[in-house]
Design a protein around this ligand. Structure first.
Ligand code: SF4
Length: 95
């Protein structure tokens, strides 16, 4: 198995130069090929340890249940509410 910056090569599409994108993320109804499960119920990244840099930089507090504007927009596209309730819970657990 080849790797593109740690990401399994069969899961990426070349864009330009060394720039790659995850398969499925440039579709009308975007869905990364590495995403498993049903959005809104239970999902997981099947290559979490090898995920690309944009995924590592996207909302670093999401794993703690703390959203941001980009997270809220992404959730809205799937009919999901912002993480406001979890935000309060997680913020108090961080103190
Ligand atoms: S975190 Fe994983 S599933 Fe989500 S977009 Fe990145 S590679 Fe795909």
């Amino acid at each position: 198995m080849g790797y593109a910056g740690g990401v399994p090569r069969e899961m990426v599409v070349p864009v330009i130069g060394t720039l790659l994108r995850m398969k499925g993320t440039d579709e009308n109804e975007s869905r990364c090929v590495a995403l498993s499960g049903e959005v809104g119920k239970e999902t997981r990244c099947t290559i979490y340890a090898q995920r690309p840099s944009p995924c590592r930089e996207f909302n670093p507090y999401a794993a703690l249940g703390i959203g941001d504007e980009a997270c809220t927009r992404a959730r809205r596209r799937h009919g999901l509410p912002p993480l406001e309730e979890n935000q309060a819970t997680s913020a108090s657990s961080l103190a």
